[in-house]
Design a binder for this molecule. Structure first.
Ligand code: NAD
Ligand code: UDP
Length: 325
C-alpha cells in the first residue's frame, strides 16, 4: 500500500509516536485523519501540519462506526491504533481508563476497520512479556504478567487487545496487524511524560539530580523514534499474505539504567549527579527484543544508536524546558 490517494486514520496522533507517524504518512502522500482526546498528547505536536490533516478530539473508548462515516477524506484505507497512555505514571493514574482505552478502544477501532474494509495496525508493547523469564524476548514467548498488579491495567489491556486483533483476523478476516514496541524515545515526548529518557534528559538539562529507581541494574533497549516509524510503515505496507503474527520493533542494544546515565554524561559533556528512589512495583528486570522476524519479513533494522538519538533528544528537551530553569 503506497500513500498516494490513501486515507489513514490515526488514533493517538497527537502523542509522541503519533506525531512522528503522522508526519511520515504525510511525506508518503497519505490523507490523514487524527482522533486524539489529548489525554496525554498535545495539539501543539501537530502545530505546523494542522492545516493538512483532519483532527477530531474523539475518545476511542466510545467511538462508533458512525464516527468514521462521512469523514472529510472519505473511505478509510488504513487505521493506525496508537491511542493509549504509555508512560507508567500516566497509565497508572487512572487504571480503569487505561484498560478501557486498550480494550474498548481496540474493539471499537476493529469494528470501524471492518466496516470500512480497512487494514488495521495496532500498537502493542513489550509490556505484554511482563517481567520476562526468557531473555531476550522473541514473539513466541507468552510472557510473565501479574494480572492484579499496578502495571496490569496496561499490560493486560494490551494483551487483551492482541487477542481481539487475532480473533478479528481469524473469524472476521479483518487485516489486523500487531507490532510490539520496545522502549522508544525522541522528540515530541512530553517533558513531564515520566519515562526514563524524558526524566533523565530534563534533569540533565536543568542541572538537577538524575533519578534512578532501584539500584539501576535493570535493563532496557532503547529505540530512536525514526527507526520505529520506519518499522511501522514497513509493516503497514507489507503484502497481506506475508503477515504472520505480532512483530517486535525495537533496538536490540541493551543498557542498564546506570549505563544509560553514563551515555547521557557523554552526550551532555557533564558529570551528572544521581539520586536513588524506590523501585516501582513489578518493574521488569530486563528487556531486549529479538528482531529476527522484523528483519526477515520487513527488511527492517534500527539504524540510530543510543548516543546519536540521545544527542538529538537531549537538545529537544533542553529547548522544551529552558523557561523552567
Ligand atoms: P503518548 O502518551 O505520547 O501518546 C498516546 C496518545 O493517545 C496521546 O496523544 C493521548 O492523548 C492519546 N489518547 C489516550 N487515550 C485516548 C483515548 N481514550 N482516546 C483517544 N486518544 C487517546 O504515548 P506514545 O509513547 O506516543 O505511545 C503511543 C502508543 O504506542 C501507545 O499505544 C503505547 O501503548 C504504545 N507504546 C509506546 C511505547 C514507547 O516506548 N513510546 C512502547 C510500547 C508501546
Ligand atoms: N526509571 C528510572 N528513573 C526514572 C524513570 C524510570 O530509573 O526517572 C527506570 C524504571 O524503573 C524502569 C526503566 O527506568 O526500570 C524504564 O522505565 P520507563 O518508565 O521509561 O519504561 P518501562 O518501565 O515501561 O519500560
Amino acid at each position: 500500500m503506497t500513500g498516494q490517494g490513501k486515507h489513514a486514520l490515526v488514533t493517538g496522533g497527537a502523542g509522541f509516536i503519533g506525531a512522528h507517524l503522522v508526519r511520515e504518512l504525510l511525506k508518503r502522500g497519505y490523507k490523514i485523519t487524527v482522533w486524539d482526546n489529548l489525554h496525554t498528547g498535545r495539539e501543539s505536536n501537530l502545530a505546523e501540519i494542522r492545516g493538512e490533516i483532519d483532527f477530531a478530539p474523539l475518545d476511542i473508548r466510545t467511538v462508533t462506526v458512525a464516527d468514521a462515516s462521512g469523514l472529510k477524506f472519505g473511505k478509510v484505507h488504513v487505521v493506525f491504533n496508537l491511542a493509549c497512555p504509555a508512560s507508567p505514571p500516566h497509565y497508572q493514574k487512572d487504571p480503569v481508563y487505561t484498560w478501557e482505552t486498550s480494550v474498548f478502544g481496540i474493539s471499537n477501532m476493529l469494528k470501524i476497520a471492518e466496516s470500512q474494509g480497512a487494514r488495521l495496525l495496532h500498537a502493542s508493547t513489550s509490556e505484554i512479556y511482563g517481567d520476562p523469564l526468557e531473555h531476550p524476548q522473541r514473539e513466541s514467548y507468552w510472557g510473565n504478567v501479574n494480572t492484579v498488579g499496578v502495571r496490569s491495567c496496561y499490560d493486560e489491556g494490551k494483551r487483551a487487545a492482541e487477542t481481539l486483533c487475532a480473533d478479528y483476523v481469524r473469524y472476521k478476516s479483518v487485516d489486523a496487524r500487531l507490532f510490539r514496541i520496545f522502549n522508544t524515545y525522541g522528540e515530541f515526548m512530553h517533558p513531564d511524560d515520566g519515562r526514563v529518557i524524558s526524566n533523565f534528559c530534563v534533569a540533565a538539562a536543568l542541572g538537577k539530580k538524575v533519578p534512578i529507581y532501584g539500584n539501576g541494574a535493570q535493563t532496557r533497549s532503547f529505540c530512536y523514534v525514526s527507526d520505529l516509524v520506519a518499522g511501522i510503515m514497513a509493516l503497514a505496507e507489507l503484502e497481506r499474505a506475508n503477515y504472520d503474527g505480532p512483530v517486535n520493533l525495537g533496538n536490540p542494544h541493551e543498557f542498564s539504567i546506570r549505563e544509560l546515565v553514563t551515555v547521557l554524561e557523554k552526550v551532555s559533556g557533564k558529570k551528572l549527579d544521581t539520586e536513588n528512589h524506590p523501585l516501582p512495583s513489578d518493574d521488569p528486570k530486563m528487556r531486549r527484543p529479538v528482531i529476527d522476524r522484523a528483519e526477515k519479513l520487513l527488511g527492517w533494522k534500527p539504524r540510530v544508536e543510543l548516543e546519536e538519538g540521545l544527542t538529538r533528544t537531549l537538545a529537544y528537551f533542553a529547548a522544551e524546558v529552558k523557561n523552567r530553569a
